[in-house]
Design a binder for this molecule. Structure first.
Ligand SMILES: *Cc1c(COP(=O)(O)O)cnc(C)c1O
Length: 423
């Protein structure tokens, strides 16, 4: 049994839909998902032995590329010493020190095991801290799959065409209010927190408009609400100091995941000591986890942070900027219209038949993501050895392992793929 089809058929018997996360299913692009056996740097291999240049990179969890020797090394070392204890370990302390040293204003973090848990816990902390109930989120932003935040989400929620999810009670979302991205909502004193992706990266890519983030900061301050940056994607990728360094706006609470686990399951939330003091055991807001601060995960995360220098991200960002403009040009020359907005090392890809302007919110992004052009383009790229995410609402993740040659090759393949789509 060595075909993708064989493995996916077998998976569907014992795993619902054959996947452990819906975006992996190819539901929105059609066809059979690749079953991956291994990765190396910018590349992944499937069970059929075909190698693909990978722009999924575990949806941003991999910054150094797959199976980076330094990460593999620390994991091998760590594994021999035991994988979980249910007690404090040096690794979590050192990773927390590394994070707080890089992100200005971040004084303490608590580790959890996923981005979902990080945001869910930050929201609970914000409510506990303020004694208020209401949360504001933005349409098309994805904050994990906790009940209260699974409304008007991006990524898989948008891809499946769902407004939210069955199984979420009206009660669970009654204190969640949804606003359009890039518009500063008027708040009142009943709002506990405003939750935002500082660069929206789950409705394809939507950049924050000039003044949006600082406007949120001011409006939160005006009514005593907390500002939460969901940096699960932007953290340690946009800049080593995250969105604060990039945009010079400081939130009250941060949520992290993806990059800080070095490919292992991790999340973290944090803020000032004063706010984090509300968390148990010091304060009344309960939060816990058997595998939280896991020694393998914190070792991998630390290896990543220790091996990424500010220069690396500056170079990556420049590389992505050039790649974005070349990719856009090549697709346009081939007869399709493309937009490739980028912010730092983050990059989106919208396809269109006619000229359009970059989306500024979910409604605008959705029109482009639903125009039917992404699926044939995706398959045309895949046939030529380039794996994009199997959904139009995702961004392209360029890792530090993607070479200039990899990106140049992608541009010429994209030109062929675009020609194939316009035929
Ligand atoms: C991926 C993501 C999450 C959820 O993280 P998981 O580890 O998948 O639970 C939350 N917020 C943002 C912005 C994300 O991109």
């Amino acid at each position: 049994m060595t075909s993708n089809k064989g493995w996916f058929d077998r998976a569907q018997v014992v795993i619902p839909g054959g996947v452990d996360s819906p975006v992996r299913s190819f539901r929105s692009v059609g066809g059979t998902p690749l079953t991956i056996t291994r990765g190396e740097g910018a590349y992944v291999d499937d069970v059929e032995g075909t190698r693909y240049l990978d722009y999924v990179q575990s949806y941003g969890a991999s910054l150094l590329g797959h199976a980076h020797p330094l990460v593999v090394g620390v994991l091998q070392q760590a594994a021999t010493k035991g994988t979980t204890f249910g007690a404090p370990t040096p690794g979590e302390v050192v990773l927390a020190e590394a994070m707080t040293a890089r992100v200005r204003g971040l004084e303490q973090v608590r580790f959890v095991s996923s981005g979902t848990e990080a945001v869910m816990s930050a929201v609970r902390l914000a409510r506990g801290q303020t004694g208020r109930d209401k949360i504001i989120k933005f349409e098309g932003c994805y904050h994990g799959h906790s009940d209260a935040l699974l409304v008007a989400g991006g990524s898989g929620v948008a891809q499946m065409g769902l407004p939210g999810s069955a199984g979420v009670t009206a009660g669970a979302v009654q204190d969640t209010f949804v606003a359009p991205y890039n518009e500063v909502p008027t708040l009142d004193e009943t709002v506990a927190a405003v939750l935002v992706e500082p660069v929206a990266a789950n409705m394809n890519l939507v950049a924050p408009r000039e003044g949006f983030l600082v406007g949120l900061r001011q409006e939160c301050d005006r009514v005593g609400a907390l500002l939460i940056f969901d940096e699960v994607i932007t953290g340690f990728r946009l800049a080593l100091g995250g969105a604060e360094e990039y945009f010079h706006v400081t939130p009250d609470l941060w949520c992290f995941g993806k990059v800080i686990g070095g490919g292992l399951p991790v999340g973290a939330f944090g803020g000032s000591r004063a706010i984090l003091a509300s968390l148990a055991p010091e304060g009344p807001v309960y939060q816990a986890g058997t595998l939280s601060g896991n020694p393998l995960a914190t070792a991998a995360g630390l290896a990543v942070l220790n091996n990424v220098k500010p220069d690396d991200l500056a170079i990556l960002s420049e590389r992505v900027t050039n790649f974005a403009s070349e990719l856009q040009g090549a697709i346009r020359d081939a007869g399709l219209f493309a937009l490739t907005p980028s912010v730092g090392a983050l990059m989106g890809l919208y396809l269109a038949r006619d000229e359009v302007t970059a989306p500024t919110n979910f409604d605008e992004a959705r029109v482009l993501c639903e125009n039917g052009l992404y699926a044939p383009f995706f398959h045309a790229m895949l046939e030529r050895g380039v794996a994009l995410a199997p959904g139009a609402y995702e961004i392209l993740f360029v890792s530090l392992a993607h070479t200039r040659e990899d990106l140049e090759r992608t541009v010429s393949i994209a030109a062929e793929a675009a020609k194939a789509v316009t035929k």
